[in-house]
Design a protein around this ligand. Structure first.
Ligand SMILES: C[S@@+](CC[C@H](N)C(=O)[O-])C[C@H]1O[C@@H](n2cnc3c(N)ncnc32)[C@H](O)[C@@H]1O
Length: 97
């Protein structure tokens, strides 16, 4: 790990215990709605959630843009992407990469 790669390395390899903590920390909260309100999202919006982590915010956004919109959650951490994809298996408007 170097000074330049510290931030990326920090997220690339995450032990299970830290994944569990992040899933709690990054859960959807009422404050998220206020935070994204300035984006004026609406039914039909297409959204890229870059650095989506466990994907809870993407899911919250999917609730706003559905049924005709779409949310793409992108993250460098494979564990986050896998778990988020499983959680959203039945939700057609969100996709994680
Ligand atoms: C502080 S977390 C925020 C997670 C989510 N956005 C939320 O608010 O709940 C930052 C996320 O950005 C991701 N990340 C960091 N650098 C990235 C990069 N270069 N490309 C994609 N994702 C990245 C990390 O893996 C981590 O999941």
């Amino acid at each position: 790990m170097t000074k330049t790669t510290f931030y990326t390395d920090h997220w690339q390899h995450i032990e299970n215990e830290r994944v569990n903590r992040y899933e709690q920390m990054f859960a959807w909260r009422d404050g998220h709605a206020a935070l994204i309100s300035s984006l004026n999202l609406h039914t039909g919006s297409r959204v890229l959630d870059y650095g989506c982590g466990p994907g809870f915010v993407s899911l919250g956004i999917a609730n706003i843009v559905s049924p005709t919109g779409r949310v793409y959650g992108v993250d460098l951490n494979k564990q986050f992407v896998r778990a988020a994809s499983e959680r959203a298996e039945t939700i057609a408007t969100v996709e994680y990469r």
